[in-house]
Design a protein around this ligand. Structure first.
Ligand code: SF4
Length: 277
């Protein structure tokens, strides 16, 4: 059978060159990005519907999941008691610093009973590198005493019980619930609150309101991992002072794109690989 190119006068349709294919797909990508940016602009102008905001929020969550597949609680712990102590000690310092002191602390005081009977001077000495060590010592010894007195020495697995303990607010309680008990919880720390506002998910600075408004946009099963992803993104790219917008995987859905450098090379230098020390 004669092939088309063998027939005199026929015109063989050319398949697109790789460059043309790339250009076409690049055009589609540009269109998609432009469409998303227009959506983000609608959000900025306040014209975004709640449904659109929820869809955008879930899209951001999916992208962050793909970017940070290993996101997890960066405090070292072996049981709910250790996580509760470590979380209280993590106020105003880095997880790395807390992880450096907790092995000694847990070796000396392995459970609530031992910590409740601890000499505060010794505990203060151990916690000194984490800062605010007097207040932290008071909190963890008071917390341990309350766990012994009210919960038979076992850290409770309910939010309403956890927040009755000295030094334990909703943020700390949700860290413990989500990571030591497998109960979904949203952890509104400084990173989570800042990113939720930059994403336009809320304009509140009240952690309880942020928790409620963001929680309403996601299924409960996502709450704990969503918290880890936002905190990881905040620590690694979306910094408080200079977010790495030009190296951000969710830039297309973020109404705050441009708060930090958008130049790729400049932004890439702002990206941190690990947790702050
Ligand atoms: S685009 Fe910029 S402000 Fe928005 S999430 Fe990314 S780094 Fe943060």
């Amino acid at each position: 059978m004669a092939r088309l190119r063998d027939v005199p006068g026929s015109v063989v349709p050319k398949s697109p060159t790789p460059a043309a294919r790339a250009d076409r797909s690049g055009g589609k990508t540009r269109q998609r990005v432009a469409g998303r940016r227009a959506g983000a602009a609608r959000q900025r102008s306040g014209a975004e519907t709640q449904l659109a905001r929820t869809r955008r929020a879930r899209r951001i969550n999916r992208e962050l999941a793909a970017t940070y597949p290993d996101a997890h609680c960066e405090l070292d712990f072996a049981n709910p008691f250790e996580l509760l102590v470590a979380t209280i000690c993590s106020a105003q310092t880095t997880d790395v610093r807390v992880n450096a002191v907790t092995p000694r602390l847990f070796a000396a005081y392995p459970d609530a009973e031992a910590l409740a009977a601890a000499d505060p001077d010794v505990v203060e000495q151990i916690l000194a590198p984490t800062g605010f060590f007097r207040a932290k010592t008071r909190s963890i010894i008071g917390m341990a005493a309350a766990v012994v007195q009210n919960f038979d020495g076992q850290v409770p697995g309910r939010l309403s019980d956890l927040v009755t303990l000295p030094g334990v607010g909703r943020k700390t309680a949700n860290v413990v619930l989500g990571n030591a008990f497998g109960v979904p919880g949203i952890t509104v720390d400084t990173h989570f609150g800042r990113l939720a506002r930059r994403f336009g998910w809320t304009d509140s600075t009240d952690p309880d309101e942020v928790e409620a408004q963001v929680g309403a946009m996601f299924p409960k099963s996502e709450w704990t991992m969503l918290s880890h992803r936002l905190i990881w993104h905040g620590r690694r790219r979306c910094h408080a002072k200079k977010p790495a917008c030009g190296a951000c995987p969710v830039a297309a859905w973020c109404p705050s794109y441009g708060e930090g450098p958008t130049d790729e090379a400049v932004a890439a230098k702002l990206v941190k690989d690990g947790p702050p020390r």
